[in-house]
Design a protein around this ligand. Structure first.
Ligand SMILES: [Fe+2]
Ligand SMILES: [Fe+2]
Length: 182
């Protein structure tokens, strides 16, 4: 699949959820916009999870299935997101921006921390209080990481003449599709 999805309205698809909007609107996104669309989409999933997790019992128990599904979706999305950054975006920045090395090393260390939390969440398997705690912890870790990406990496990338953000967006989008297809 390429990045220029059919932008025409589709009668058979009346959904208006944010993921579909992101996917159908992807053609003119640059690499930072594409990555940030992921950041925003996953933030919505964290908010949905947190809303369910604060419900008192017995309501909370009834949402365990939904929380489990949300947690697995968060883990899957973040895993693919980190992988396209590590395979494509970060190496391009490392090559074009020699002074970004320390920032990229820090970003990779944060990915490792997130991957450990993701493994722990997957290890629990079914939503419970322990999973709620880990998902909340992952939310905070990702919030901080995303802030660093937006404030430091993206601004450096946007200012760098040798970084082709549109071409990187193409490459990351294709890889993302490939990884999501399994
Ligand atoms: Fe990242
Ligand atoms: Fe990111």
């Amino acid at each position: 699949m390429n990045k220029t999805n059919n932008p025409l309205p589709n009668d058979s698809d009346d959904s208006d959820n944010s993921e579909d909007s992101v996917m159908s609107d992807i053609s003119d996104k640059d690499a930072c916009e594409l990555l940030d669309a992921d950041h925003i989409a996953v933030k919505h999933l964290f908010v949905d999870y947190a809303r369910l997790a604060v419900l008192p019992e017995p309501a909370a128990g009834k949402t365990a299935g939904q929380r489990t599904a949300l947690a697995m979706k968060i883990c899957d999305e973040l895993t693919v997101h980190a992988q396209i950054e590590e395979e494509i975006f970060y190496p391009a920045l490392r090559k074009a921006l020699p002074d970004a090395g320390a920032l990229l090393d820090k970003a990779l260390a944060e990915h490792q921390q997130a991957k450990q939390l993701i493994a722990d969440i997957r290890g629990i398997g079914k939503a419970n209080a322990a999973m709620d705690t880990l998902v909340a912890e992952l939310n905070v870790a990702i919030e901080n990481h995303v802030k660093d990406e937006r404030d430091m990496l993206f601004s450096k990338a946007m200012a760098a003449p040798d970084v082709d953000l549109l071409s990187l967006a193409d490459q990351m989008f294709e890889r993302q599709q490939e990884l999501e297809a399994g």
